[in-house]
Design a protein around this ligand. Structure first.
Ligand SMILES: [Zn+2]
Length: 714
């Protein structure tokens, strides 16, 4: 559930590192749709005419044009002003940003050897290009001059914000340093980009290297939907009468939750947690050692105590201490809760006649057995009511009620794959808002997980430009002729990504670089996680959870048991997440000699020991496949999900307090101060303007069933 926002992040988040052989690329077609105005309705991207071979020349030309634009800014004779420096600089960024966003469709949704080859070449070219601009002394001198006069400048608040944010970007990249230090920071950032690309590439390939191919008699306990998915995977691999389980997380979690074959659970679990530490070509230990050291060195040069201090300075938390405070405040009650869950699992195992200890690969299975018994819930009973089409309609309904929106499918907009569906989003009074591309199904060449990506940022700088965004899931394609059903987790993910999409779509700002989701990680997840609260609302389920064949709504008793069960096993889930979040902070708190030569497995083990973590609940993401922090933009930032959860729990409470989960006045304040503001206001101020006060942590603890545990434990 990551979010892809900027060009460079996008490129370095995913794959790369194939042999570079430009001769192997297809010839560049004559006219490049990336460099022309779209002829399609609403300026939609001409995906039908677009080929991956269009990207190298488009990147080259866009980089050259931005360099020329920067040169024009620095050649201006008159004194630096907002109008002659910041505005043209802002304009100069748009084209390359957009091409990069479109390229992310190829790297994330349509990957191939050709895409990977271009990606590995251009990830590093683009990283260098960006660094060259941010470290250009003449450009920075002008940006700094405008920043120094900001208090006296006659500018609107949003323009002042742009000047401040842009200045900060230059300083954070090292622009204010002496030439030697500046060069060192540039080299470290370049190397970081290469290592991150390598890390993500290794993870993809080590994930793909393992498959568990089973026969029909090995499927005991697995629900029909899971069997169908595994049969479909086997079919795509050309394997007859087999059921294939990969190391993709949803696949693994399903298997560990439902399979009664303990030997196979252990096998899959071990393969899953060993990714990146197999001693093969895709081993990630060396990459981690180097990343930790170079990030610490860069932070020190930039004047920060650690990489964590550098990262949090540009986030809502502001300091690593604030982030750690929150993590630790939740850790103790979560651990206590997990220990009592463990006791109950052990009891139910022994009363059920199990004669083995509870191991990490057993937890999900026995927890599910207990959950089904306690809440009388059978996933097979639930599944027919979770039709993908209806759940999507439910998410649109919630967005429509909150923000007065309509979603209308468009069939005249080109798509990049037949799976993709396009919806035009409009205000109920008719105002056009933007386009939403929905790409739901897993397939080869599409990366795992779920994410939102912005294809075109909203702005009014040069006339109104509306947002085009994509939402991506990895639902198993249903067998031919059957409608897709999804799990509760997948339903939450669908709502989550729509929350990110709304943040992009509802944006109403002047400057593209401040629009939509261009906010820190610990704030951006708030808008997404807020939407998840609606999945388990009776009002939503009653309308949309309808049986696929009979059309009957989910029976009220089933619905209520389902809602009650949604808080089950929260100690496990919280501890699993927090272990990863805390280890992320620990790696990135290192400085000086301590940050050199870190051995990831030993470091991780010592950290878990220090935290008093449970052997039965390993980190949600172990170091060697922790893409968030070593392949992408969440380093020292994995805590963001919990930080944002404080906001979304407290924010949803604002609706609950009114007795109306769609309370119109509250929803208006949420849109006006949060969803539409992008990065134009201070994040905490924006939240307070919506809520009327600072966020409180209690609703989060209550939602996770940890409130009582905290009172008795502290
Ligand atoms: Zn997210």
């Amino acid at each position: 559930m990551q979010i892809l926002t900027t060009t460079l992040l996008t490129l370095s988040t995913t794959i790369a590192a194939f042999a570079q052989d430009p001769a192997a690329l297809s010839p560049v077609p004559h006219s490049n749709p990336l460099l022309r105005e779209s002829a399609y309705p609403l300026g939609a991207i001409a995906f039908d005419k677009l080929e991956v071979a269009h990207f190298p020349s488009a990147f080259d030309q866009a980089m050259a044009r931005q360099k020329a634009a920067v040169r024009r800014i620095t050649m201006v004779r008159s004194a630096p002003t907002f109008e002659n420096t910041l505005v043209p600089f802002e304009r100069s960024r748009v084209e390359l940003e957009q091409i990069g966003s479109i390229f992310s469709i190829f790297t994330s949704n349509l990957s191939s050897d050709e895409v990977r080859s271009i990606q590995s070449e251009y990830a590093s070219k683009l990283s260098k290009h960006s660094t060259d601009i941010l470290l250009d002394p003449e450009l920075f001198a002008r940006v700094r001059a405008v920043h120094e006069m900001l208090d006296r400048a006659n500018l609107d608040a949003e323009s002042k914000r742009l000047a401040q944010v842009t200045f900060d970007q230059f300083v954070r990249a090292g622009a204010a340093l002496a030439p030697e230090e500046r060069a060192r920071v540039a080299a470290l950032t370049q190397r970081e980009s290469e290592l991150q690309t390598q890390f993500g590439q290794n993870d993809l390939r080590d994930t793909d290297a393992f498959r568990l191919a089973l026969d029909a008699e090995d499927l005991d306990g697995l629900p029909q939907g899971v069997r169908d998915g595994a049969a479909e995977t086997a079919r795509q691999l050309g394997m007859v009468d087999k059921y294939v389980f990969t190391l993709q997380r949803p696949n693994v979690e399903d298997f560990l939750t439902y399979s009664s074959r303990r030997d196979l659970r252990e096998k899959l679990f071990k393969a899953f947690t060993q990714r990146g530490v197999n001693g093969n070509d895709f081993d990630n230990r060396g990459n981690i050692t180097e990343l930790v050291a170079l990030r610490a060195e860069r932070a020190a040069i930039l004047g920060y105590a650690s990489h964590a201090a550098y990262i949090t300075a540009d986030s809502m938390a502001r300091t690593p201490e604030a982030a750690l405070d929150l993590l630790q405040r939740v850790w103790e009650p979560a651990l206590a809760q997990a220990k009592s869950e463990r006791e109950r699992l052990r009891e139910s195992m022994s009363s059920g006649g199990a004669e083995h200890p509870l191991e990490a690969w057993d937890w999900r299975y026995y927890a599910e057995q207990l959950r089904q018994a306690e809440y009388d819930l059978d996933p097979a009973e639930l599944q027919p009511y979770m039709q993908l089409a209806n759940i999507r309609a439910a998410a649109f309904y919630v967005a429509g009620r909150l923000f007065d929106l309509t979603f209308t499918e468009r069939f005249d907009i080109p798509v990049y794959h037949p799976d993709v569906r396009v919806f035009e989003v409009a205000k109920r009074d008719g105002g056009h808002i933007g386009l939403l591309y929905q790409d739901d199904f897993a397939r080869p060449g599409k990366r795992s997980g779920a994410w939102m990506s912005s294809l075109r940022a909203q702005s009014t700088l040069d006339g109104p430009v509306t947002a085009h965004v994509t939402n991506n899931l990895n639902i198993s394609e249903p067998p031919l002729g059957k409608a897709a059903t999804i799990s509760v987790t997948e339903a939450e993910t669908l709502f989550h990504e729509l929350g990110h999409a709304l943040h992009g779509l509802l944006s109403r700002v002047q400057y593209p670089s401040l629009s939509g989701t261009n906010v820190p990680r610990d704030y951006v997840e708030f808008m997404a996680q807020f939407m998840e609260h609606y999945v388990t609302q009776a009002e939503v389920l009653t309308q949309f959870a309808r049986h696929g064949e009979t059309g009957e709504p989910m029976p009220a008793a089933l619905r209520d048991r389902f809602i009650a069960a949604s808080k089950f096993n929260q100690g496990f889930a919280t501890v699993e997440f927090l272990a990863s979040a805390l280890v992320d902070q620990m790696y990135h708190a290192l400085s000086g000699d301590a940050a050199v030569g870190v051995e990831p497995l030993a470091f991780e083990a010592a950290a878990m020991e220090q935290l008093g973590a449970l052997d039965e609940i390993p980190m949600r993401h172990r170091s060697t496949h922790f893409n968030h922090i070593f392949a992408g933009g969440y380093s020292a930032g994995y805590y963001s999900y919990l930080w944002s959860e404080v906001l979304d729990s407290d924010g949803f409470e604002a609706f609950a307090e009114t007795g109306d989960i769609f309370h119109p006045a509250t929803a208006k304040r949420l849109e006006a101060n949060v969803y539409s503001r992008g990065n134009t206001v201070d994040w905490m101020e924006g939240y307070k303007a919506f809520r009327g006060r600072a966020p409180a942590v209690e609703p989060l603890l209550k939602n996770r069933g940890l409130a009582a545990a905290e009172e008795s434990g502290s």
